[in-house]
Design a protein around this ligand. Structure first.
Ligand code: 2HG
Ligand code: ZN
Length: 451
C-alpha cells in the first residue's frame, strides 16, 4: 500500500510493524474483550513524525487509533474497525522537572510511574495514581482524563494538565508546554483534548502539575457491617480528616476473591460486608488523626498498617480486584458514578437485577468511594451479550449518575452516551469533532455514537 510506504519513510522501516506477530499485542486490549486488526502499527519517535503520520493518513483517508500503554478498558485504543494503530510509546522522555514551579513535562509515551519517579527525585510527587501506573502512559491518561485513587484530594488528570503539545486531526500542531498556571487567553485546548479519547488530536507531550511530597503516610483497612456505614464514614472523614488521601471501597465477595486468587491472608478474623481502604498523608505523622477519625465512625473492625510494607499489603485487597476478577473470566466492566445518596441502594440492587436476567453471572463491585465512582464487573456473561451493560447503565442514568466515571466511553459505551449526555451536548461534541478532525480520521469509532 502506498500510504504504508510513506509511513515507513517517516518513522523508519523498523518502526512500521506490518507482520501479524508484531502487530498482535497492539490489536487486543488488556482484558482480551476488544480485539481488532490493523493494516500496520506506526511508532513515531518524535512529535514532528506524529504530525507527518497524521498528514499522510489525512491524504489517504486512513483512520488512526492512537494508543499509549494499552491499559484502557473500554475498547477505545484498539483497531476494531481496521484502523492503523498510532503507538506513542516511543515518545517516553520525562523532564525537565521544574522543582520551583512544581511541574514536569512528559512525553506521551512516558508511563505514569516514570513521571512519579522523576517527581520523587526532586522531592515532589505526581498525584495521579492507579494500579496500571507502570504501563499506562501520560498520553493515554490525558486522552482519557484518567482518575485513580487520589481524585478525592487532587482531582483527576485534567486538574494536573497545565498544557499539551499535540497534533490536531486537521494537521495543525499546538505547543503549550510553558506551564503558566494563570492564562485566561481563550479556549483551554488542553482541557478540551483531555478526555477527548484521541478523537480530536494526538497528544505528544503534556505539562503536568506536581504536588508536595508528603513524607508521612498511613494506611488502614476499616470494616463496616454495611455499605451505608462506609459511605457515611467517608463523608465524615472528608470533613474531619484534612490528610485524607484515598477512600476505596471493597466488598466481601471481592475481598474473598483476592485472598483466594493470590493466597493473601484474610485481614480480620471474620468477614464483614464492606471495607474501606483509607489512606492519610501529611507533613506530620497523621496516624493519631486517622485513628481518631476512624474511632469516631464506630466501625466494625480496623487494621492499621504500622509500616509501609504492611500498608502495601493492605492496598492489595483493593488494587488487586481487577486482576482477581480476571481470573474468573472476561468481565463486562462498567465504570460508573452514582450520586452518594443513592450509592448504598445501588450496590445492593445491581447484583439482584443482574441475577434476574443472568442467574449464572457474578457481579463484583469495588471502587473509589469518595468520588461515588463504582466499578461494576460482571463475569459469566458472553462478550457480545450487552444486556447487562444496558441494565446497569440505564439504572445509573435513572439515578442521575454517569455511564463513565474515569475509563471513558471508548467503543464499548458510545451507544449509551445519550443516557447521560443531552442531544444538545452530543451535537456540540460532533461540531467540535468536525472542526478539529474534518476528515474524521482520528479514532472515528470511539466516543460519539454513529450518526
Ligand atoms: C481500578 O480502580 C481501575 O482499579 C480498574 O479503574 C477498574 O477493573 C476495573 O473495573
Ligand atoms: Zn478505578
Amino acid at each position: 500500500m502506498r500510504a504504508l510506504d510513506e509511513l515507513s519513510e517517516i518513522v523508519g522501516a523498523p518502526h512500521l510493524l506490518t507482520s501479524a506477530d508484531d502487530r498482535a499485542p497492539y490489536e487486543v486490549d488488556w482484558t482480551g474483550r476488544f480485539r481488532g486488526s490493523a493494516p500496520a502499527v506506526v511508532r513515531p519517535g518524535r512529535a514532528a513524525e506524529v504530525a507527518a503520520v497524521v498528514d499522510v493518513c489525512r491524504a489517504h483517508g486512513l483512520a488512526l487509533v492512537p494508543q499509549g500503554g494499552n491499559t484502557g478498558l473500554v475498547g477505545g485504543g484498539v483497531p476494531l474497525e481496521g484502523e492503523v494503530v498510532l503507538s506513542l510509546r516511543r515518545l517516553d522522555a520525562v523532564g525537565p522537572v521544574d522543582a520551583v514551579a512544581h511541574q514536569a513535562t512528559a512525553g506521551a509515551g512516558a508511563t505514569v510511574g516514570a513521571v512519579q519517579a522523576a517527581a520523587a527525585e526532586h522531592g515532589l510527587r505526581y498525584a495521579v495514581d492507579f494500579a496500571a501506573r507502570d504501563t499506562a502512559t501520560v498520553g493515554g491518561t490525558v486522552a482519557t482524563n484518567a482518575g485513580g485513587v487520589h481524585v478525592l484530594r487532587y482531582g483527576s488528570t485534567r486538574e494536573q494538565v497545565l498544557g499539551v503539545e499535540a497534533v490536531l486531526g486537521d494537521g495543525h500542531r499546538i505547543d503549550r508546554l510553558e506551564g503558566l498556571v494563570k492564562d485566561n487567553t481563550g479556549y483551554h485546548l488542553a482541557s478540551l483534548l483531555c478526555g477527548s479519547e484521541g478523537t480530536l488530536g494526538v497528544v505528544t507531550a503534556a505539562r503536568l502539575r506536581l504536588t508536595a511530597r508528603l513524607p508521612h503516610r498511613v494506611v488502614a483497612l476499616v470494616a463496616f457491617d454495611g455499605v451505608r456505614g462506609a459511605v457515611e464514614a467517608v463523608a465524615a472523614w472528608r470533613s474531619d480528616l484534612g490528610s485524607l488521601e484515598a477512600a476505596e471501597l471493597v466488598l466481601e465477595p471481592g475481598l474473598r476473591l483476592v485472598c483466594e486468587a493470590f493466597g493473601l491472608p484474610r485481614p480480620f478474623d471474620r468477614a464483614w460486608p464492606a471495607y474501606v481502604l483509607v489512606e492519610a498523608a501529611a507533613h506530620h505523622d497523621p496516624t493519631d488523626d486517622l485513628a481518631a477519625a476512624v474511632r469516631a465512625v464506630a466501625p466494625a473492625a480496623v487494621a492499621v498498617a504500622p509500616d509501609r510494607a504492611r500498608g502495601a499489603e493492605l492496598w492489595r485487597y483493593r488494587e488487586d480486584q481487577t486482576l482477581a476478577v480476571a481470573t474468573v473470566g472476561t468481565a463486562h466492566k462498567l465504570d460508573v458514578t452514582v450520586p452518594l445518596a443513592a450509592l448504598t441502594d445501588f450496590v445492593e440492587e445491581v447484583p439482584r437485577r443482574v441475577a434476574a436476567i443472568h442467574p449464572a453471572a457474578r457481579t463484583w463491585i469495588f471502587g473509589h468511594l469518595g468520588d461515588g465512582n463504582l466499578h461494576v464487573n460482571v463475569t459469566g456473561v458472553a462478550d457480545g451479550d450487552d444486556t447487562v451493560d444496558e441494565l446497569v447503565l440505564t439504572h445509573v442514568a435513572e439515578l442521575g449518575g454517569s455511564i463513565s466515571a474515569e475509563h471513558g466511553v471508548g467503543t464499548a459505551k458510545r451507544r449509551w452516551l445519550h443516557l447521560t449526555r443531552s442531544a444538545a451536548e452530543i451535537a456540540a461534541m460532533r461540531s467540535i469533532k468536525r472542526a478539529l478532525d474534518p476528515d474524521g480520521i482520528l479514532n472515528p469509532h470511539a466516543l460519539l455514537p454513529g450518526e
